[in-house]
Design a protein around this ligand. Structure first.
Ligand code: ADP
Ligand code: MG
Length: 275
C-alpha cells in the first residue's frame, strides 16, 4: 500500500463546545469521513452519552457492545473496541448511554483525567487523525478529551449568542494546558449553519474574525438539509449525498486542516497525477 505521511504520532482533535446543538457531532462525523476519504487512516471516538456519532455512522445503540465507557473504566483493552465503518479508512470507538455514569464513577480513580490519553497511547501510531466528539458540558468526559487532544476544534453556530460561554471554554483550555496537557492548542474555530444570504451570519462571522483572528477557519459550513438528513441513514454526508453543499464544505474543511498541519492528502496526490 502507498506510504502514509510520516506522522509519527497521530493528531488528536477534540470537537468541543459546551453548548449543545452547535454542530459538534455533525462536524466530528463529516470531518472524520472527509479525512478518511482523502486516504488517511482516521479514528473517531464518541465521548458523548447521547451516542449520536455512533448512531450517525450506522451502528445501532447496542447496549451489550463494549464502548468507550468500558475503556475509560479499565474493563477492556482498546484494540477490542475499535469497529470499522462503511467509510474506507474510518474506524470508530462507539459511545453508549452508560457514559453518563462515568463522570461519577471516575471521580475516585487514579489518573482520572488521563484515562483516555493513556488508553490511546498504544494505537496512536496507527492513525493520522483521531477525532473526539465531546458532550455538551465541561465535565470529566470532556476533560479526558482535552487531556488526550493536541488541538481543539470549536464549532460555533452563526447566531447572536455565538460567543456566549466562550470565555469559560478558553479558561478551561488555559487550565488544562497549565495542569495536564501543556501542548494543547486551539486548532480552530469553525462557523457552522452559516447562511450567507443573511446579515446576521455575516455579522457573526466578522465578530468571530475580530475575536479569534487567524484561529477562525477560512472554511465555514453552510446550513444544508443533507447534513441534517444523513445521520438517519447512518451515513456521513459524503456517502449520503457527495455532491451536496454540506459534503463539499466538509471536504474543504478537511483540506484546510491538512494544510494547517502540513499533512499531504494521498488522494490529492492521485488526483494531480491523473490530471
Ligand atoms: P451538537 O453535537 O453540538 O449538539 P449537532 O451536530 O448534533 O450538534 O447538530 C444539532 C442539530 O443541527 C442536528 O439536528 C444536526 O443535524 C443539525 N445541523 C448541524 N449542522 C447543520 C448544518 N450545517 N446544516 C443543517 N443542519 C445542521
Ligand atoms: Mg453532539
Amino acid at each position: 500500500s502507498p506510504a502514509q505521511p510520516a506522522a509519527a504520532r497521530s493528531k488528536v482533535l477534540a470537537v468541543v463546545n459546551q453548548k449543545g446543538g452547535v454542530g459538534k457531532t455533525t462536524t466530528a462525523i463529516n470531518l472524520a469521513a472527509a479525512l478518511a476519504l482523502e486516504g488517511l487512516q482516521t479514528l473517531i471516538i464518541d465521548c458523548d452519552p447521547q451516542a449520536n456519532t455512533t448512531g450517525g455512522l450506522g451502528l445501532g445503540r447496542d447496549e451489550e457492545r463494549a464502548s468507550i465507557y468500558d475503556l475509560l473504566m479499565g474493563h477492556t483493552s482498546i484494540d477490542k473496541i475499535i469497529v470499522p465503518t462503511d467509510v474506507g479508512n474510518l474506524s470508530i470507538i462507539p459511545g453508549s448511554k452508560n457514559l453518563i455514569g462515568a463522570n461519577i464513577e471516575l471521580v475516585g480513580q487514579d489518573r482520572r483525567e488521563y484515562r483516555l490519553r493513556d488508553a490511546l497511547e498504544p494505537i496512536r501510531a496507527n492513525y493520522t487523525f483521531i477525532i473526539l466528539d465531546c458532550p455538551p458540558a465541561l465535565d470529566l468526559l470532556t476533560l479526558n478529551s482535552l487531556v488526550a487532544a493536541d488541538g481543539l476544534l470549536v464549532p460555533m453556530q452563526a447566531e447572536y449568542f455565538a460567543l456566549e460561554g466562550i470565555s469559560e471554554l478558553m479558561s478551561t483550555l488555559e487550565r488544562v494546558t497549565q495542569s495536564f496537557n501543556p501542548t494543547l492548542e486551539l486548532e480552530g474555530v469553525l462557523l457552522t449553519m452559516y447562511d450567507d444570504r443573511t446579515n446576521l451570519s455575516q455579522q457573526v462571522s466578522e465578530n468571530l474574525k475580530g475575536f479569534f483572528t487567524d484561529k477562525l477557519l477560512k472554511t465555514s459550513i453552510p446550513r444544508n438539509i443533507r447534513l441534517a438528513e444523513a445521520p438517519s441513514h447512518g451515513k456521513p454526508v459524503s456517502l449520503y449525498d457527495p455532491k451536496s453543499r454540506g459534503s463539499e464544505a466538509y471536504r474543504e474543511l478537511a483540506l484546510e486542516i491538512l494544510s494547517r498541519n502540513n499533512v499531504k492528502s494521498p488522494e490529492e496526490g492521485r488526483r494531480k497525477a491523473a490530471a
